[in-house]
Ligand binder design. Structure first.
Ligand code: COA
Length: 238
């Protein structure tokens, strides 16, 4: 079904599966992956058959080990790689698609791997997952939204701790900080993601999309604006 090089895109019974597929490079995010994700996002957005999306990483070792360092840290690539990131707003698109995304993470979840997961609505992790933001050690700042999305999810103090110290979190620590919704043995990760997707899919698609909009867009509004948004959405879906 997939015609891509570095991701696999599959669709079954209303669930779309995106697999980051560069296992030999620990699924590091490169320009090709950005282009393919961009294309898939467009398909997901416009495809009424897709009700919920599961995002995962291929191979045994990683969900995603962050930006591809071979592209990122060799001249003149830093400028190119950053430019490429800004030209196609993958992160904004992740956040603006009204269908729920479930990140199912195992092994290394680093840099843009965490940032991609932060654009998802559910974060499930295997109990061996490790979370880190190596950016400060590389002399850069997270540029896939992480400096904004991380503090909104785990709070300012914990986000600054991760971002400034470069400290990695174990899965139980990530759970405690609410960076992830749930942790489980690796063998349960995909079955649990499937179960969650099935549950979401059993609900009205209009209600699910409206709820996602109300919560995610509402968080950036004042309470009166948010209540107005909720009322508009409630009227729209009857
Ligand atoms: N970009 C490109 N290639 C990467 C990569 C990345 N971010 N992370 C890992 N790889 C490659 C390695 O170069 C290696 O390739 P090789 O087999 O051709 O030598 C392969 O993936 C396996 O990685 P390896 O380092 O051998 O695995 P490990 O288990 O010893 O260590 C990590 C795993 C994640 C600790 C280590 O790979 C690492 O620190 N990666 C960089 C993380 C990073 O800084 N990301 C950028 C965030 S902005």
């Amino acid at each position: 079904m997939s015609t891509f090089e570095v991701i696999i895109y599959e669709k079954q019974d209303g669930v779309a599966y995106i697999t980051l597929n560069r296992p030999k490079a620990l699924n590091a995010y490169n320009v090709k992956m950005r282009d393919e994700l961009y294309e898939v996002q467009g398909a997901i957005k416009d495809d009424p058959e897709v009700r919920v999306i599961i995002l995962k990483g291929a191979g045994e070792k990683a969900f995603c080990a962050g930006a591809d360092l071979t592209e990122f840290l060799t001249a003149p690539a830093p400028v190119f790689a950053r430019q490429a990131r800004f030209e196609r707003d993958i992160w904004g698109r992740f956040l603006n698609i009204d269908k729920p995304f479930i990140a199912a993470m195992h092994g290394y979840v680093l840099g843009s791997g965490i940032e991609m997961a932060l654009c998802c609505d559910f974060r499930l992790a295997s109990d061996d997952a490790q979370f880190g933001l190596p950016e400060p050690g590389l002399g850069i700042i997270p540029a896939a939204g992480g400096s904004q999305t991380l503090p909104r999810v785990i709070g300012r103090a914990a986000a600054l701790d991760m971002l400034l110290s470069g400290r990695w979190l174990t899965a139980p620590e990530a759970l405690k900080l609410k960076l992830v919704n749930r942790i489980m043995p690796r063998s349960d990760l995909y079955p649990e993601a499937e179960k969650l997707a099935a549950k979401i899919k059993s609900h009205s698609p209009e209600a699910i999309m409206a709820i996602k909009q109300a919560v995610t867009r509402g968080l950036d509004m004042t309470l009166p604006e948010g209540l107005e948004l909720e009322s508009r959405l409630a009227k729209a879906i009857g």
